[in-house]
Design a protein around this ligand. Structure first.
Ligand code: ZN
Length: 386
């Protein structure tokens, strides 16, 4: 932790630096170093030995709304929900099936909101596909789902021979616009994947070519809100993202996929900070956490929220606790230290607007945080008194 502590003490902005410094207060002993993933992929979520159960205080007493997760059966959701709540996340949007959503609601009440992922099984019979898809969207809306997820990764497009701008999907978009339900769209993967995995450009196209299928639809459906997952898949090129946001007022973006965001935004932290300030109304907080069978490690979930907190709230410069195979060398974080009003929008206000959340989880959280702070202050001032 020495390195991180040194970096923290040389942080640029006193306000952010002060908060960041307390992050190191949660550092655990080196016995926790190198804890590897229970998924058996050999990757650690805590390579620097941090006590994720005791997060640093938040800069603001506002709730967080995580607009991008994948949560299935409730039995798998408990550890995730515990981590989320530890990091002040008060509402979670999960890509889920109808049955899982019912079960999660029974157990967690309003903590979860849901996206429905439209299946493409009947796509070779366009009329049937159209009818089934519109029925499914109606059912999702009636069940209180908040959005429809589209996962158009290059391998999906290649295997299914289906682009996002396929005429088959136009009635779907039209119907979604009428029902007022937004589309969460996975548009692209990291540059390094195109360099290493999708090298066959005849099959996958270039990354730039992949965008044409989306921009056409954004243009044709100005009344449908699109959420570009993972900063619309191009955190490597903030100028490209700016062009997209400027051209399409119906586009917002989530900042999910922790390693990818930390890697690319830290590398160009000054430009990233300016981008977030300039587009403060268009960016949503998200983690892209996935609940998997076999994850029994709190750190697997909590580490992502911890990294997000460092990235947005502080000016910390330190090693990332999460192993990142796509990183060139040691994964590192350089916090953006976003202004308070930008954080508020990123963390919850934009989500309330985009999803028209009627009862945002605000006052309760403010009260909780205030009382937590109160107790902490009391303890500091009068040890042993509270
Ligand atoms: Zn996702």
């Amino acid at each position: 932790m020495k390195k991180a502590t040194r970096a923290l003490s040389s942080a640029r902005r006193p306000r952010c630096a002060g908060r960041a410094r307390s992050a190191s207060g949660g550092a655990a002993s080196s016995t926790a170093l190198g804890v590897s993933s229970p998924r058996g992929d050999g990757l650690s979520s805590n390579r620097t030995g941090i006590d994720f159960r005791h997060p640093p205080p938040r800069r603001l007493p506002c709730p967080l709304i995580d607009v991008h997760t994948h949560v299935g059966r409730p039995a798998l959701a408990a550890l995730f929900a515990e981590a989320a709540r530890t990091y002040q996340v008060r509402r979670v949007f999960a890509i889920s099936s109808f049955d899982d959503a019912d079960a999660l609601r029974r157990r967690y009440g309003a903590f979860f909101e849901f996206y429905y992922r439209l299946p493409f099984d009947g796509k070779n019979r366009p009329r049937l596909f159209r009818r089934l898809s519109l029925e499914r969207i109606d059912e999702a809306v009636e069940r209180g789902f908040s959005g429809i997820k589209f996962w158009f990764k290059p391998p999906f497009v290649a295997e299914q021979k289906l682009k996002f701008c396929d005429p088959l999907l136009y009635p779907v978009f039209e119907h979604m616009a009428q029902r007022g339900i937004p589309a969460l769209v996975h548009m692209a993967d990291p540059d390094v994947w195109f360099e290493r995995v999708y090298r066959n450009t005849r099959r996958y196209g270039t990354k730039a070519q992949n965008y044409l299928q989306f921009t056409r639809v954004f243009r044709d459906f100005p009344n449908l809100t699109f959420i570009g997952a993972h900063l619309a898949g191009d955190p490597e090129r903030l100028d490209h993202l700016q062009e997209l946001l400027d051209e399409f007022p119906n586009l917002v973006m989530d900042c999910s996929a922790t390693k990818w965001m930390a890697r690319e935004l830290s590398r160009q932290w000054q430009a990233a900070r300016e981008f977030f300030i300039r587009n403060a109304d268009r960016l949503l907080f998200g983690s892209d956490l996935v609940t998997f069978e076999g994850i029994r490690d709190f750190d697997r979930y909590a580490s992502r929220y911890w990294v997000h907190q460092m990235l947005w709230e502080t000016s910390v410069r330190c090693e990332s606790p999460i192993d990142d195979l796509d990183s060139d060398g040691t994964p590192r974080i350089h916090g953006l230290c976003l202004p308070d009003e930008v954080l508020e929008k990123l963390y919850w206000r934009n989500a309330v607007r985009v999803f028209r959340i009627r009862r945002p989880p605000v006052s309760r959280v403010a009260a909780e945080v205030t009382s937590e702070h109160h107790v902490r202050n009391m303890r500091a001032r009068h040890p042993g008194s509270v």
